[in-house]
Design a protein around this ligand. Structure first.
Ligand SMILES: [Zn+2]
Ligand SMILES: [Zn+2]
Length: 255
């Protein structure tokens, strides 16, 4: 009896794309994987960005309207969206994606897609008359070689699948935007230092592919928005109609 059970389990594991029915964060058993990619305990620790949000960048705010960062320097992108708040355990899970656990991007990407559909104005237009172009914030070739993958691209792949499953017209382009200059670690930089740091680092490699397009620029985190804004500026400069920014988590507004 046990043998049959264990054989069945093996079959099911193969079916759950060779991963097994385990939580992508802690490895606990998850019986309906991949419908649920995290166990109940890990899922409960996540900080959802479901309260008041900035009308421009989408981060969690203290008051209605526009956050202080956007008031000081409005970002070039049309609007930002992020399903989670970059704090506590949520921040550490998001960081794991680029630090060796790209699989965790699947969970976040699915939530990003759903959040985008729930919050993007007139999103139905992308069910036929218009197409969404998903573009990852790129890494330099050197960084890509060292890490082996770009976490933003991992999100893009899964978001595209989820949006298509929901009946939306989506395309992706890995070569459209490139990063040509290595930037310094931005953790302790102010907005203006970040702005200077990223200035001229990104380049639109395929200008024609941008023209008239609605682009969803994708990255892991929204901090000050300097990187997203710089990329959006380049894409709009190359003729994109509008640029949305979609990240897995965003730093909330603080006093
Ligand atoms: Zn777990
Ligand atoms: Zn804002």
């Amino acid at each position: 009896m046990w043998k049959i059970f264990s054989r069945l389990k093996t079959t099911f594991r193969a079916y759950a794309d060779e991963h097994g029915f385990t939580c992508d964060v802690c490895g606990a058993e998850v019986f309906d994987y991949p419908n649920h990619r995290l166990c109940g305990t890990c899922e409960k620790t996540l900080l959802k960005n479901d309260g008041r949000i900035c009308e421009k960048c989408g981060r969690k705010t203290l008051a209605d309207g526009i956050c202080l960062t956007c008031k000081a320097e409005p970002p070039a992108f049309t609007r930002g969206f992020s399903p989670f708040v970059y704090r506590g355990d949520t921040a550490s899970y998001v960081n794991r994606i680029k630090n060796g656990n790209p699989r965790l991007a699947l969970f976040f990407a699915e939530r990003m897609a759903e959040y985008f559909l729930a919050h993007c104005p007139n999103v139905e237009r992308f069910q036929g008359e218009e197409r969404l172009l998903l573009v990852a914030v790129p890494l330099t070739q050197e960084k890509m070689r060292l890490r082996g993958y770009n976490q933003a691209e991992e999100f893009v792949k899964r978001i595209a699948i989820r949006l298509q499953e929901r009946g939306y017209c989506v395309e992706t382009d890995k070569e459209l935007l490139v990063k040509t200059k290595e930037t310094l670690e931005q953790k302790h930089m102010s907005y203006h230092e970040r702005q200077e740091n990223v200035s001229g680092a990104y380049h639109v490699h395929k200008r024609k592919a941008c023209q008239g397009k609605t682009i969803v620029l994708v990255d892991d985190i929204l901090t000050t928005g300097a990187t997203a804004s710089e990329c959006a500026k380049r894409l709009l400069g190359a003729g994109a109609k509008e640029v949305y920014f979609l990240s897995s988590a965003s730093v909330p507004e603080h006093k």
